[in-house]
Design a protein around this ligand. Structure first.
Ligand SMILES: Cc1ncc(COP(=O)(O)O)c(C=O)c1O
Length: 412
């Protein structure tokens, strides 16, 4: 028995799917301590959008470390945070004509979701929040109440409440249902402070919402004095083909939650973006020790510079087409029951029409074939393709060929 099995809690999960000891990683390749090479189609669940050990971002981090600069500072003013906020305003907010206050939250995505919930409820003086079937927003109790998968919810072991779920885009007439819920004074649903959504449900099985639906939600929020919160933790930072995933719909949410790739280098960081008039917490009302990880600010600054200078949004749209065309031409013809969904560089191949467990078999085969691939969605039945955005074209093609080969091995 190795030290992990002997000493680490049984709650560990990804290591069961990829049972080697990893040591190194470079852009879209990961290497085990035995020197085996794996193509990475997971990007550490979307936190390595700019590639493992991206040299431009790494240089900024190493330079900062080499100079005895401050590493952690609570939420004190620091040069690193000053530079991050300045560049975030210059490169991200201003060109998009967005005016958000930036709240630095505890280091994981779920903490920023908690902050968004608290702030929405405080602003509107209402407890209920509307979320969508298929949503994933995190594991702490407030976020878990918004998260839909059964296993995660059972892990909470307490009632998860103050949330009403409605169907997401593509299930029934979701907008009409939502309108009815809000407008019928006998619907039995308390008026919510906010509606929270992912513009592409990632853990929920790669479900991209349509532009019309997203605009419809914005309109419903406006008409009913409800805040719109977009959780861009997984599909922001360029994943959906734009820095913010909602840009494609031309809408402006009231709050935006960011984490995962926002630190540029895979370091822990999360932010809540808030329309200025909603920024009403009293000092320290949502606090936390690790809101000032300076290496994350340094990586984050280098990350948004990298994103902008390399026009990564255009790259994502180009590579997204390569992925979609490959799926259409090479994968879907293998079985008429396969379904694909996606946008930008997040794609899913849905096996639920065949047998959901085939998806898990595919990712095991893929690992045997040296590709890191994950499942998502209902019954874990969707194979999820999500490489670093910076993946080289030939590595992308190599990975896609492994997906094809692995599916063929499972279906035959
Ligand atoms: C959309 C979304 N929201 C929230 C979270 C939670 O983030 P964290 O795991 O950093 O708490 C995740 C994590 O996968 C996510 O994908």
């Amino acid at each position: 028995m190795n030290i992990f099995e002997k000493r680490e809690s049984v709650v560990r999960s990804y290591c069961r799917k990829y049972p080697v000891v990893f040591k190194k990683a470079l852009n879209a390749e990961m290497f085990s301590e035995d020197g085996e090479r794996y193509v990475d189609f997971l990007a550490v669940a979307g936190s390595m959008n700019y590639g493992h050990n991206n040299p431009e971002i790494k240089k900024a981090v190493l330079d900062y470390l080499a100079d005895d600069n401050i590493i952690n500072a609570l939420d004190m003013y620091t040069s690193a945070k000053e530079e991050f906020l300045t560049e975030f305003e210059r490169l991200i907010l201003s060109p998009r004509k967005l005016d958000y206050k930036v709240m630095c939250c505890g280091p994981t995505g779920t903490n920023a979701v908690e902050a968004a919930l608290k702030l929405a409820r405080k602003n509107k003086k209402r407890t209920n929040v509307i979320a969508f079937a298929g949503a994933f927003h995190g594991m702490s109790l407030g976020s878990l109440a918004l998260t839909t998968d059964k296993t995660s919810r059972e892990g909470g072991s307490v009632p998860l409440n103050n949330v009403t779920f409605v169907p997401y885009d593509g299930t029934f007439d979701s907008l009409a249902y939502l309108r009815w819920v809000l407008e019928d004074d006998h619907s039995g649903v308390d008026k919510p402070a906010a509606i929270i959504l992912e513009t592409v449900q990632a853990e929920g099985g790669i479900n991209p919402a349509s532009v019309e639906w997203l605009r419809g939600i914005r309109q419903i929020c406006d008409e009913n004095d409800i805040l719109m919160i977009v959780d861009d933790i997984q599909v922001g930072n360029g994943r959906a083909g734009y820095f913010f995933s909602f840009e494609r719909a031309g809408i402006v949410p009231d709050m935006v939650v960011m984490s995962k790739s926002i630190s540029g280098f895979g370091m822990p960081m999360s932010l809540l973006l808030i329309k200025p008039e909603l920024d009403i917490f009293r000092p320290a009302e949502h606090n936390g020790t690790f809101r000032g990880n300076q290496l994350s600010f340094i990586g984050g600054t280098a990350g948004i510079r990298y994103f902008t200078e390399h026009k990564l949004d255009e790259e994502v749209r180009r590579k997204g087409q390569i992925i979609e065309q490959f799926i259409q031409k090479e994968i879907l013809p293998m079985d008429a029951r396969l379904v694909h969904r996606g946008i930008g560089m997040i794609w899913g191949v849905d096996f639920n029409g065949i047998a959901s467990e085939k998806a898990i078999e595919v990712i095991h085969k893929a690992f045997d074939n040296h590709l890191i691939l994950e499942v998502a969605g209902r019954h874990d039945g969707v194979v999820k393709i999500m490489p670093p955005l910076t993946i080289e074209d030939d590595t992308l093609m190599e990975g896609l060929q492994i997906v094809k080969k692995s599916i063929a091995e499972v279906l035959n």
